[in-house]
Design a protein around this ligand. Structure first.
Ligand code: LLP
Length: 416
């Protein structure tokens, strides 16, 4: 077993102990090179046809990262008015934003329409609401391809068991409403779910969506959604990355058939969130107490479930490295330890019963693959402060890209 952070030189010469001393722990640390490399991979998934990748910013909404996505030529999708506002702040023009909401009031739709952002509606009711308020507009619809995929049932967003999208049997209703309000349905989109390493369900969903596309007149774009996985078991099991090369070959064959049959070439899109920033982010935390309770060993850190919610929420696995004096420890004695946080719940666990190098009070732990759905899902539960985020820049310098919360932040919003 090797150290990932050493293998990729994650800190690029910066001492994690110094970062911890300067910015405090817990601390999200990103690596610009790794993130930009992931963005470039995504930008080039399809080269044979017109194609754009929308960064799904719900995975990581840090402004510095959004600006990098813009520079790397990615477009973006937004789920809420807040996300659209942040994308504007980062410099995205309206035509590079795609609003894909779920169950919103008319004011959010109006914000998009007023700002000339393309909207996708994901139910017949929402399409009706859109049509009533913005007759004569262009829009897209989100369809359910009947196949879902994902690392947990909570993140599967297509198939039979989900609140999202419009099913095949309701396509005629789409056309009725479009006619009633003179809407032009210029695009369709889907999202099967989050985190697949096996591309087959996704490819099947692509086929199904393209089959549904045949019912529409010359679409301007067809968006296949996100979900590309990253190897969360890279250290513990040497898990290999998603194989984009073979994926692209298979995908392009499917697109070839569609273009031939349909007689036109739309703009194809995908919508990756996780893949963009996941491996380019780690989370540093300090071990404040090591104890044995009823034969079970616990390492208590300052990484609570409010800082990284994924393990508690989905039982997600993140590889954990132990750092001592700023260096990864990966040789010597090992033991089975449960790494926990400092939140007042027994489910406040970062890594359960892990076989890792013997851990001591005062060590740092480095939680890998934390760049996506990490800070983005952090909260002030137990009135803890959300941490700072820093970026190891391409030139090796370290930049603060979001300050830690302050205690004043906790009081904002109260009329006192
Ligand atoms: N497009 C839409 C419409 C989505 O709902 C999502 C994710 C994406 C794109 C991006 O999917 P990705 O490439 O990141 O898999 N919090 C969960 C993941 C929730 C994903 C929600 N939707 C987690 O931490 O695993």
């Amino acid at each position: 077993m090797k150290s990932f952070i050493e293998k990729v030189d994650f800190f690029a010469g910066n001492d994690p102990e110094k970062l911890a001393a300067e910015y405090g722990t817990p601390l999200y640390v990103y690596n610009e090179d790794i993130i930009r490399q992931s963005m470039r991979t995504l930008k080039n998934i399809i080269t044979k046809y017109p194609y754009t990748a929308n960064f799904s910013m719900k995975a990581n909404s840090n402004l510095t990262i959004l600006k990098m996505a813009l520079e790397e030529g990615l477009n973006a999708d937004a789920m809420s008015e807040g996300e659209m506002r942040l994308l504007f702040k980062a410099g995205f023009p309206a035509e590079r934003i795609f609003f894909v909401p779920n169950n919103v009031a008319v004011d959010e739709l109006k914000f998009a329409v007023d700002n000339k952002i393309m909207v996708s509606l994901d139910s017949i009711d929402q399409l009706e609401l859109f049509g009533k308020n913005f007759p004569g507009s262009e829009c897209a619809v989100r369809l359910n391809p009947g196949v879902g995929a994902g690392h947990h049932e909570k993140v599967v967003t297509a198939g039979k068991n989900t609140k999202f999208a419009i099913t095949d049997d309701q396509i005629d209703n789409i056309f009725e409403i479009a006619k009633k309000y003179d809407l032009k349905v210029v695009g369709i989109n889907q999202h099967v779910g989050s985190l697949f390493m096996d591309p087959e369900p996704f490819l099947q969903a692509v086929k199904n969506l393209l089959h549904m596309a045949e019912k529409f007149d010359n679409l301007k774009f067809i968006d296949f959604g996100g979900g590309y996985g990253v190897p969360y078991h890279k250290v513990s099991e040497d898990e290999q990355p998603f194989d984009f090369e073979s994926f692209t070959k298979k995908l392009e064959l499917i697109l070839d058939d569609f273009v031939k049959e349909a007689g036109y070439t739309p703009l194809f899109k995908t919508e990756p969130g996780r893949y963009t920033t996941c491996e380019g982010g780690v989370l540093l935390g300090r071990v404040h107490a090591v104890k044995t309770n009823a034969d079970k060993k616990f390492a208590g850190t300052d990484i609570g479930m409010n800082i990284l919610a994924r393990p508690t929420l989905y039982g997600s696995w993140h590889d954990v490295e132990v750092l001592r004096d700023g260096k990864p420890v990966y040789e010597g004695d090992r033991e089975v330890v449960t790494v926990t946080g400092n939140i007042c719940e027994s489910g406040d666990i970062i890594a359960k019963e892990r076989d890792i190098p013997v851990i001591k009070t005062g060590d740092l732990v480095c939680v890998l693959d934390s760049g996506s759905y990490g800070y983005a899902m952090a909260s002030n539960y137990n009135q803890r402060l959300r941490p700072a985020e820093v970026m190891i820049m391409a030139d090796g310098s370290c930049k603060l890209i979001r300050r830690k919360d302050t205690y004043e932040d906790l009081l904002r919003g109260f009329d006192i």
